[in-house]
Design a protein around this ligand. Structure first.
Ligand code: FAD
Length: 106
């Protein structure tokens, strides 16, 4: 399998970048697109234990994407769910936009 850590870092970059470029006021089509994308992402993610746990997490925490802010927060919470599972420190979700949209990276 691919390197789970490198895959994870690049995947989170993709996922948070998608929330950063998501419209502030999404259309119903925008909202349904991200739900479809994440449903398929959860099935195709090429780390199978990761994918199973992520699908379980999404069953308990349905995608919220009625605005960019809401979707960015939801993704941050999803990432924090994995951080907790791995014993990593949680990220302050009030800073998701600074980290992924308006800021300078880490
Ligand atoms: P990462 O966790 O990859 O984070 C990258 C950067 O994102 C950080 O440097 C920080 O700046 C920022 N960041 C951190 N937390 C947040 C947050 N909550 N919101 C916004 N930005 C944040 N690995 C496993 O070993 N087991 C698993 O079951 C597993 N499941 C995964 C499921 C998914 C859907 C994904 C995408 C990855 C999964 N991973 C899993 C990989 C794991 O999450 C990490 O990507 C990997 O361990 C590398 O961690 P890292 O410390 O380099 O930073």
């Amino acid at each position: 399998p691919p390197d789970v850590e490198a895959l994870g870092r690049s995947s989170w970059t993709l996922l948070h970048s998608i929330t950063a470029s998501y419209p502030a006021s999404p259309s119903p089509t925008d909202q349904s697109n991200v739900k479809q994308f994440l449903g398929l992402f959860g099935k195709l993610y090429p780390c199978w234990v990761c994918a199973e746990d992520f699908q379980d997490w999404m069953r308990e925490n349905r995608v919220r994407a009625e605005s960019r802010e809401e979707f960015g927060r939801w993704m941050c919470e999803a990432h924090n769910g994995v951080n907790r599972k791995l014993g990593k420190r949680e990220f302050d979700c009030s800073k998701w936009e600074e980290r992924w949209r308006t800021g300078w990276g880490d």
